[in-house]
Design a protein around this ligand. Structure first.
Ligand code: TXA
Ligand code: MG
Length: 348
């Protein structure tokens, strides 16, 4: 299959006719797979009401079938037909964070979604992306859009259309290309079906931001200790990983450099994943910096692109700096720990 590319402006004007979006939306409605930008990462969309289309998402990505998809909506009215109840708590959350990088888990309305969307669960994850192109595409298609990140399963999520093309060309009908995404890592997933709101995946909306709006929130214990299974099925898999094994280093640049020196002395090509202010401190085979410690949002924005770049540079191993767990740092470290398969070396 030849994968079409539709180039559009990042901020489409609603008054204008965008034939590219009309074209992409028609394919989506008809059951084809179309990748599109959101404010977090590129998504691989399918009509969420079409079981065969949704099954094709799993095939194209090589995704385990027990990992449910997030359903994307284009306006608030769409929600009513998809969920059983809208809990009280959902209202302030939607008012503050939608459109935006927050996925809410609701009890699903029976008989609406094919089983492949929810992987057979009684709940469904829904979000409204904060991206004009995504919203326009979803509205134009007239259907709720099931979309995981548009990468091959296990690889870093795509933050540009090129990343999507690299992973999925020939496997999907098309890619709507509106340039780089903004946040750079995925939405936070918050389960609001229980007594206490539970974070199943840290993400674009931070824990601090959620607490400021709804007070007490808890974090899924399966994320913290790795003793019980995480409640979001997707969080149990190794993910986001470059080809060369990544190890995180919780310590000073000098300590990280000592680890690099050791491996290079043993004949290995060593990559270092760092930030702008530290990049000149290292001597290694591939030194890639993304963002600045002064604003961790810039680290999030660049993280997946840098992890992918290592695949092109081809080091044997990678050492990466660890980040503070505050704000978006929580989501950054969640993804990096997965990319590193949990490997961390602590100084001292
Ligand atoms: O920012 C994002 O959320 C991106 C963009 C494209 O919207 N999408 C995304 O989808 O990250 P995906 O499929 O890569 O991750 C969805 C996560 C998985 O960990 C999945 O297990 C979890 O959400 N999830 C989805 N539905 C769920 C449900 N009903 N209960 C628990 N976890 C759920
Ligand atoms: Mg993903």
């Amino acid at each position: 299959m030849e994968t079409k590319i539709w180039k559009v402006d990042n901020f489409v004007d609603n008054s204008e006719n965008y034939p590219q979006i009309v074209d992409a939306a028609a394919l989506l409605r008809d059951g084809e797979l179309v990748a599109f930008p959101t404010e977090t990462v590129y998504g691989l969309g399918a009509n969420a009401l079409n079981g065969e289309a949704v099954t094709n998402i799993y095939r194209a990505k090589g995704r385990p079938s027990d990992n449910p998809l997030i359903v994307h909506i284009g306006d608030m009215n769409q929600l009513n037909g998809l969920v059983e109840v809208i809990p009280e708590l959902a209202h302030p959350l939607m008012a503050h964070f939608w459109p935006g990088p927050l996925t809410l888990i609701f009890k699903k309305k029976e008989g609406v979604f094919p089983d492949s969307v929810t992987a057979g669960l009684a709940t469904v994850g829904i979000r409204m992306p904060d991206h004009q192109v995504a919203l326009r595409l979803i509205r134009e298609s007239g259907c709720p859009v099931a979309a995981p990140s548009a990468n091959l399963s296990g690889k870093p999520s795509p933050t540009t259309a090129d990343h999507v093309y690299e992973d999925l060309s020939g496997r999907i009908a098309g890619i709507v290309d509106a340039g780089a995404t903004g946040v750079g890592l995925e939405s936070a997933v918050l389960d609001i079906t229980g007594e206490v709101p539970l974070i199943l995946r840290p993400g674009g909306v931070t824990i601090e931001q959620l607490q400021a709006v709804i007070g007490h929130v808890e974090v899924d214990k399966g994320l913290l200790k790795g003793e019980e299974a995480p409640k979001a099925p997707g969080m149990k898999y190794k993910h986001y990983a470059p080809k060369a094994p990544l190890t995180l280093v919780d310590g000073s640049p000098a300590f990280l450099q000592s680890l690099v020196d050791e491996k290079r002395a043993a004949g290995l090509r060593v990559g270092v994943y760092t930030v702008e202010e530290h990049k000149d401190l290292y001597e290694a085979d591939n030194i890639l910096a993304g963002g600045t410690l002064k604003d961790l949002r810039t680290v999030a924005e660049n993280m997946y692109g840098v992890l992918r770049q290592f695949d092109h540079e081809g080091p044997d191993i990678i050492y990466g700096e660890a980040f503070p767990h505050t704000g978006i740092g929580e989501a950054i470290m969640n993804r990096l720990l997965k990319a590193a398969g949990g490997r961390v070396i602590k100084e001292g």
